[in-house]
Design a protein around this ligand. Structure first.
Ligand SMILES: Nc1ncnc2c1ncn2[C@@H]1O[C@H](COP(=O)(O)OP(=O)(O)OP(=O)(O)O)[C@@H](O)[C@H]1O
Ligand SMILES: [Mg+2]
Length: 207
C-alpha cells in the first residue's frame, strides 16, 4: 500500500505530469488516488478537463493534510501525492514524513541536478521521523535516446540519492494528454511508447 510522493525544489520538473501518469498506470491494477498537495492545484485542473468516467480520483488537500493522507491510505491501495515546487513548503514537509517513496523528477541539466541538494537535505530530515522513506531521482524530459552527457553523469554522481535507471523522455504526448485530462495509458497506440517507459519506471519504484 505505498504512498508515493512527487517532490522537488524546482518548478516545472515534471511532478504533476508524473503524478497523474504514474497514478493512472498503477490504477490499472490497484485502487489508486491522487492527492494534490500543491496550492497551485495543477492535478485538480488536469482532472477538471476529464469528461469520461476515468476511475482515477483526484483529491484537493485540505487544512489537515496528515489526517487526509491517513484517511486516503485506508481507502485506497495506492496514493500518489503531487507536492508544491518547494521542499520548504509545509505541505512537502508533511508529505515527506508520511510517505513511503519520494520520487524527485529533475531535468537532465547539471544545474538542476546540483539544485537537488536541498531536496536531499529535506529527505534526510524527514528520515529522522520516517526512517523507512525511500527516495529516487528521475531524470525527466530527456531529449534523445542517446546517452546522457558527461556533465550530467558527473553531476548525478555527486548526489547521494539513487537515480532511477529508467529516464523519461521529452514527449509531446504528455502535454497533449494533459489538455484532454487523460494519461498516456488512456489513449492506446499514441501513448504506447510513453506508457512502456512509465511501466519500466514503476517496476523500479514498486519493488
Ligand atoms: N517528459 C515530458 N515530456 C514533455 N513535456 C513534459 C514532460 N514532463 C513534463 N512536461 C511538461 O513540462 C511542463 C512542466 O511539467 P509539470 O507541470 O508536470 O511540472 P511540475 O514539477 O509539476 O511544475 P510545478 O513545480 O510548477 O508544479 C508542463 O508543461 C508539462 O506538460
Ligand atoms: Mg506541479
Amino acid at each position: 500500500m505505498p504512498v508515493i510522493a512527487l517532490v522537488g525544489n524546482k518548478g516545472g520538473a515534471g511532478k504533476t505530469t508524473l503524478s497523474v501518469n504514474i497514478a493512472a498506470g498503477i490504477a490499472r491494477d490497484r485502487n489508486t488516488a491522487v492527492l494534490d498537495a500543491d496550492p497551485q492545484g495543477s492535478s485538480m485542473q488536469w482532472r477538471a478537463f476529464t469528461d469520461d468516467d476515468s476511475t482515477l480520483s483526484v483529491y484537493e488537500a485540505g487544512d489537515d493534510l496528515s489526517g487526509q493522507i491517513l484517511a486516503l491510505k485506508g481507502q485506497y491501495d495506492c496514493l500518489v501525492i503531487d507536492c508544491p515546487p518547494s521542499v520548504h513548503a509545509p505541505q512537502t514537509n508533511t508529505v515527506l514524513r508520511a510517505c513511503d517513496i519520494a520520487l524527485i523528477p529533475v531535468q537532465p541539466s547539471p544545474v538542476d541536478l546540483w539544485a537537488t541538494v536541498h531536496t536531499e537535505r529535506a529527505i534526510e530530515e524527514a528520515r529522522e521521523v520516517n526512517p523507512a522513506l525511500r527516495a529516487m531521482l528521475i531524470l525527466n524530459q530527456l531529449e534523445t535516446r542517446t546517452t546522457l552527457s558527461r556533465l550530467v553523469r558527473e553531476a548525478a554522481e555527486e548526489i547521494e540519492l539513487p537515480v532511477a535507471k529508467t529516464g523519461i523522455r521529452r514527449r509531446a504526448i504528455y502535454r497533449a494528454t494533459a489538455l484532454e485530462g487523460k494519461s498516456v495509458f488512456d489513449i492506446g497506440r499514441r501513448g504506447a511508447d510513453a506508457a512502456e517507459e512509465l511501466e519500466n519506471l514503476l517496476k523500479e519504484v514498486l519493488i
